[in-house]
Design a protein around this ligand. Structure first.
Ligand SMILES: Cc1cc2nc3c(=O)[nH]c(=O)nc-3n(C[C@H](O)[C@H](O)[C@H](O)COP(=O)(O)O)c2cc1C
Length: 389
């Protein structure tokens, strides 16, 4: 597939993979993107996962026809992109591998390349002339591995963005849902580093973004930059209340449903997620999206029920911050879920406290009244943030 003049997509759609990185459920598989630029010199931009090596090799041969590649640019060494470096170098021993200092450290960790294979080490701003086209390199450390770099194809106004702007599958509509889940779970921790790269991208005229997963992005590029700006600064996208619930026997879930109904009566958008039945990566994505959070959980062994404990540790690991939080706990003899949840949220930056409700078993009239009061506090907080879309 030609995505620009003499620029070809040679990636592969892996429909058979069920879990990405061993933990994220895939709805329609995942694409491993790779590109070929056929100029006076020929460049292959990244390899693919070894699961699809043979199809990728066929794609490359079809594009190269009787020519041989001059360069392989390695944007990212993670095995879903770098796995075929050795096999490519063995097939085309004259190929020169382009990477930065950290890329080559990792190449030697993953492979035993023939010492005859030439290596071109680049740094920020270095260029590689291909003939009519020029590649310019931009370092993007920790987006989301240390060696990550992007490349700007100057004359085509095209950015090879590594994992940034990627999503699991190649469905563009709507890009944001899966892209948010991808970003928040995989890149989420590195907001500061993403901000640094966004500053560099803002200085470029960009007409096409070519990520390592998901669709090639060509139209309305500002929207993608805007989403990345929000997510990387841990600001919400939308006014809405995300209620996250972990309930052993269902009473806490009933309380969460009651709160949802109460908020909806007043026109609030509310998303209720059940951690016992829904995938945590979806809920992490929602947390990045909405501007207020409610945590509802049963007490468990002197702490909080494990699915909530797990969720909050995931959220903390993603460096999540800047949300007001309300708490609902349930405990039959010594309720302690809120204390444990607050122990975790208090270690996250700028997590406001909207109050808490304690229920002891089944909900009673007094509990309903307390939940109505909690709803008022949540609504008062509203979305006052100018950055809300
Ligand atoms: C293994 C286990 C441990 C529990 N530990 C506590 C506890 O430490 N403190 C407490 O008050 N209730 C504890 N409970 C009771 C639950 O919190 C109780 O199921 C809850 O109050 C009811 O809400 P739910 O229907 O949403 O689970 C425990 C229950 C189980 C099954």
């Amino acid at each position: 597939m030609e995505i620009g003049k003499d620029i070809y997509y040679v990636g592969v759609n892996d429909q058979a993979l069920d879990l990405f990185e061993g933990q994220y459920p895939l709805k329609q598989g995942v694409t491993y993107n790779s590109y070929v630029i056929k100029d006076e010199k020929i460049v292959i931009m990244d390899t693919v996962d070894k699961r699809v090596q043979d199809i990728w090799m066929e794609n490359i041969e079809e594009v190269l026809k009787d020519r041989e590649p001059d360069y392989l640019v390695v944007s990212h060494m993670e095995p879903d992109h770098g796995a075929c470096i050795q096999v490519l170098a063995e097939k085309y021993p004259n190929i020169q591998i382009v990477g930065n200092m950290k890329t080559f450290q990792m190449i030697d960790q993953f492979f035993c390349l023939d010492s005859q294979i030439k290596r071109i080490q680049v740094k920020e701003g270095d260029t590689l002339s291909l003939g009519r086209y020029t590649l310019q390199f931009m370092m993007a450390p920790m987006v989301h591995w240390p060696e990550v770099m992007m490349s700007y194809l100057v004359e085509a106004k095209l950015v090879f963005s590594a994992d940034a702007f990627g999503t699991f599958n190649d469905d563009q509509n709507p890009w944001v849902e899966e892209a948010r889940r991808y970003y928040s779970n995989i890149v989420g921790k590195y907001g500061l580093q993403v901000q640094n790269v966004l500053k560099k991208l803002k200085g470029l005229h960009i007409e096409t973004i070519c990520p390592l997963h998901g669709p090639v992005l060509k139209e309305n590029l500002m929207q993608y930059l805007r989403y990345y700006q929000l997510w990387s600064s841990y600001q919400s996208e939308e006014a809405g209340v995300l209620i996250v619930c972990a309930s052993i026997h269902g009473h806490t879930y009933e309380a969460a449903q009651f709160l949802k109904t109460e908020l909806e009566k007043h026109g609030e958008k509310v998303i209720l997620r059940n951690l016992c039945h829904e995938d945590i990566s979806e809920v992490i994505g929602d947390a990045f999206c909405y501007d207020r959070l409610v945590l509802a959980a049963s007490s468990y062994d002197g702490g909080v029920f494990a699915p909530m404990d797990d969720f909050l540790h995931h959220l903390k690991n993603k460096n999540f911050q800047n949300r007001p939080v309300a708490y609902i706990e349930n405990g039959s003899w010594a309720p302690c879920a809120t204390r444990t949840m607050k122990d975790i949220t208090s270690t996250m930056k700028n997590m406001g406290d909207l109050g808490n409700v304690t229920i002891k078993g089944a909900m009673k009239k007094a509990d309903e009244d307390n939940l109505i009061q909690l709803a008022l506090a949540i609504m008062e907080e509203g979305c006052l943030d100018e950055a809300c879309m």
